[in-house]
Every structure is written in structure tokens, then in C-alpha cells.
Design a protein around this ligand. Structure first.
Ligand code: UGA
Length: 447
């Protein structure tokens, strides 16, 4: 029997990683994106974004790279895609709609509208994008209407749980695989595609469409809730004089609570958690179940309050007025090991300080280009040392390893005032205080 051929539609963080990982698992893969520049880069084994390990994987398989397996090719032709694939993965993004909580389904809808008319033989279309519950049902109906293969062109829902910064690892070794299917054939095809991770022990959970869609949004809601829970405890610690880092360590030793995702700080950002909880609330409202998710509104507002608190701490550190004060911001991305600045708490805090009249200089190991594109009016420096030169206060807002390894004495010689605020609870207060700095962190005592 011929090996299953795979296509991937949408080549962002999710799609580019999925396509490369499928080639790594031995499949012939054809990727499509509507942005020609993206295709050109990927063909050369390069990525439009920074994701550890991804370029190596692309270079190992992209047909345009000498010495590669040649299993991974790219196209902009829907006809070629339809002709090639047995299993088509939809990996396009579903960003938050401007000025609304709901997410924008137009890229997913367009993918189905463009692909379906090309499906003249049996095929499985697999949705991986994060969508409002009920979308798969609607898209399956549209597929049946448009595909010449009729019932032989089928839909499945297979949400993705990869983390930026660990995308390659998470795709090749998923914690679990979730398959929303309507037929034994769809389940068999997905089991075949994921045979290796299943053999290595990844649980494979078979369910219906709505449950598969909800697993994704509820998992991200749980993670967001966990972060906001510890950030709420940070607020209480600030009021009561407690230490949220110690508190998190202590409660995390209880296995039922767990230690992960309990780092208090300026909160969650990125292209997923913030928009996913909002889209989930919007969808629950449409379903008449909004009361079930009102707590997510609180999760969101705790999260946004932490950014405001960071601005307040900065104001206090510089003596009450931000106007004209020089603030160095270490970190621009929403988390380390990523160049993604979408809804980044770090950049948001930097932007608020700038709007209140401070002179802000930002440095980030990988996010400079994206940060500059989003916030061109901020100052940017080529290194941490350059960013802190002459600063009245230093803010640590994304916990890159590079920042943990900074020498407080060297930085101390460059700044105007030795004040550092740790917005990620990732630096060691003792080390900085010993070097003569005043050190403050969210949810922790002043000294
Ligand atoms: C998140 C989920 O973790 C993935 O499982 C999911 O697949 C992905 O969204 C998605 O929906 O595509 P990601 O956005 O890459 O992944 O980032 P996370 O590692 O979850 O971090 C999110 C934010 O929470 C970051 O800003 C991070 O700094 C913050 N965070 C995380 C904390 O403030 N405290 C913590 O303890 C952990």
C-alpha cells in the first residue's frame, strides 16, 4: 500500500513545525501558504520566525536543500495540494477579531473553501487550528457541499497543544493526541499518521467533534487560570507582606496542584492564551452558557492588572514621576526562546511607560525586529549593557537565560541608579542586593 501523503495548509508556528515534523516521521509532505515570501524561505530551510530546532528539521527534509531527504515540498497551488494529499492538515491561525472577544475564523473558512473543490478522491481534512466549539460541525457540512468526492472527503478535528519555544519537541512527542472523528476510517488514518508517537506512549484519545474542540480551549483556559491564580496570590502577598515565590513553591509540592505554571509575574501573553480565553467566553455567550465562564473574565482582568502594577512599581522606583526618567527594559517577547511579541506583557509595560513620558530603551535577544515593527517609537539597544546605560531603573520583563546570567556589578557601573524590578520572578534577589541594587519583584517583600 502506498504511504499516506500529507499536506499542511498555513505555515506559521503551528504549520511549519507540523510539516517538518511529519517529514521527520517519514511522510511525503506538501505545505501551502498564501504568503509567497514564507514559501521561499521555507524552501531554503529557513523560517520566518525563531523556533529552536525548527530550521535544522527543515534543512533535513526540504527538497530545495542539498543533502536533505527531499520529503518536504511547498506550493501555492490548491490544485496541486488536492491532487497530492490523502490527509490535509489545516493549521492557519484564528486571531482575535479587532475590538471583539470572538476569534476571526476567516482563514480557516477560506482554507476549506479553497481546498474542498480540489478533493476529487478520498481524503481526510484535519483541523488543527484553535476554533470556537461548533466550527467542525459547520466545516464538515461545507466540505460535503463543495468536495467532488462527496462523503469520501471527510473532516476530523485534531487540536494542537504545542508551546512556542518547544514546538518541535511537542509535535514529535506530544503529551496526548486528541482525535475528534466521525468514522472508523478517519480514526485509522490519524492513528497511521501518528503511529510513532503512539508507539512511544502518547495517549490517543478518540472523541466527537465538540469535545475535541473543547479540549483545546479548556486546556488553555486552565493554564491561564493557573497563572492568574498565582498572580492573584501575588496581589494578596503584596498587601499582606508575603512572598509569592515561596508560596508557589510550597503549594506546588502538593501533586494535585503541581509546580508548573505557578510563576507569578507580569502575566500571560502571546498569540494563544489571551485570545483563546476571550474567544471561549464569546462562544459560551452564543451558546447560552456564558455564566459557566464568567470566571475567565476575572482571569483576564487579574492578568491585565499585573501589567499596570509593574508600571506603578516603576513609578515608585523612580520617585513618583515617570516623565523624562530613563527606563531600561530587558525583554520584549511574550516569553523566552521565542521572537513572538504578540500581546507581549513586556512590550505592553514598555509602551505604557513610554506613553507616560519615560524614556524607554528595550533590549531582547530575539524579538527586536518584531518589537520595533510593533512599537517603533520606543528606544532600542543592541545589548543588555547598552540598554541599561544611564538608566534610572532596570525592568526585567522576559526571563531569557541571558538575563539570568547578567553580572549585577558590571551593570551597576553602567546605570545611573541601581534599581531593578523583576517582572518575572526569575532573578535571584540576594545576588542583586549583595551588589548594591535595590531589588523589587511582583508579589515579594521589598527586602
Ligand atoms: C500555550 C499553551 O501552553 C500550549 O499548550 C498551546 O498549544 C498554545 O498556547 C497554543 O494554544 O497554541 P504558548 O502560547 O506557546 O503556549 O505559551 P506558554 O508557554 O503557555 O506561556 C504563555 C504565557 O504565560 C507566557 O507569556 C508566559 O510568560 C506566561 N507564564 C507561563 C507565566 O506568566 N507564568 C507561568 O508560570 C507560566
Amino acid at each position: 500500500m502506498a504511504r499516506t501523503k500529507i499536506t499542511v495548509i498555513g505555515l506559521g508556528y503551528l504549520g511549519a513545525t507540523h510539516a517538518a515534523a511529519m517529514a521527520e516521521l517519514g511522510f511525503d509532505v506538501l505545505g501551502l501558504d498564501v504568503v509567497p515570501e514564507k514559501i521561499k524561505l521555507l524552501e531554503q530551510g529557513r523560517t520566518p520566525m525563531f523556533e529552536p530546532g525548527l530550521e535544522e528539521l527543515l534543512r533535513a527534509h526540504a527538497a530545495g536543500v542539498g543533502g536533505s531527504t527531499g520529503r518536504l515540498r511547498f506550493t501555492d497551488s490548491w490544485a496541486e495540494l488536492g491532487d497530492f494529499g490523502d490527509v490535509h492538515f489545516i493549521c492557519v491561525n484564528t486571531p482575535q477579531k479587532h475590538g471583539e472577544y470572538a476569534c476571526d475564523m476567516s482563514y480557516v473558512d477560506a482554507a476549506v473553501e479553497s481546498l474542498a473543490p480540489q478533493l476529487t478522491r478520498p481524503a481526510l481534512v484535519v483541523g488543527k487550528s484553535t476554533v470556537p466549539v461548533g466550527s467542525a460541525e459547520r466545516l464538515a457540512a461545507r466540505l460535503a457541499e463543495l468536495a467532488p468526492a462527496g462523503e469520501d472527503a471527510e473532516l476530523a478535528w485534531n487540536p494542537e497543544f504545542l508551546r512556542e519555544g518547544f514546538a518541535v519537541h511537542d509535535t514529535l512527542h506530544p503529551d496526548r493526541l486528541v482525535a475528534g472523528v466521525r468514522s472508523a476510517r478517519a480514526e485509522r488514518l490519524l492513528r497511521e499518521v501518528y503511529a510513532q508517537p503512539i508507539a512511544e506512549g502518547s495517549p490517543f484519545i478518540v472523541t466527537d467533534f465538540p469535545t475535541a474542540e473543547l479540549v483545546k480551549t479548556s486546556a488553555n483556559s486552565f493554564l491561564a487560570t493557573k497563572i492568574s491564580f498565582i498572580n492573584a496570590m501575588a496581589e494578596v502577598c503584596e498587601a499582606a507582606g508575603g512572598d509569592v515565590a515561596k508560596l508557589a513553591e510550597a503549594i506546588g509540592h502538593d501533586d494535585r496542584i503541581g509546580r508548573k505554571f505557578l510563576r507569578a509575574g507580569i502575566g500571560f501573553g502571546g498569540g494563544c492564551l489571551p485570545k483563546d480565553i476571550r474567544a471561549f467566553m464569546a462562544r459560551a455567550g452564543e451558546l447560552g452558557a456564558s455564566e459557566a465562564l464568567t470566571f475567565l473574565r476575572e482571569v483576564d482582568s487579574i492578568n491585565m492588572r499585573r501589567r499596570a502594577q509593574m508600571v506603578e512599581l516603576t513609578r515608585e522606583a523612580v520617585g513618583g514621576a515617570l516623565l523624562g526618567k530613563r527606563i531600561a527594559v530587558l525583554g520584549a517577547t511574550f516569553k523566552p526562546d521565542s521572537d513572538d511579541v504578540r500581546d507581549s506583557p513586556a512590550l505592553n509595560v514598555a509602551g505604557q511607560l513610554h506613553l507616560q513620558g519615560a524614556q524607554v530603551t528595550v533590549y531582547d535577544p530575539k524579538g527586536m525586529e518584531n518589537a520595533r515593527a510593533l512599537f517603533p517609537t520606543l528606544g532600542y539597544a543592541a545589548s543588555a549593557l547598552e540598554a541599561v546605560r544611564g538608566a534610572d531603573t532596570v525592568l526585567h520583563l522576559t526571563e531569557w537565560r541571558e538575563f539570568k546570567e547578567l553580572d549585577p556589578a558590571t551593570l551597576g557601573d553602567a546605570v545611573a541608579e541601581r534599581h531593578i524590578l523583576d517582572g518575572r520572578n526569575a532573578l535571584d534577589p540576594q545576588v542583586w542586593r549583595k551588589a548594591g541594587w535595590t531589588f523589587r519583584a511582583l508579589g515579594r517583600p521589598t527586602a
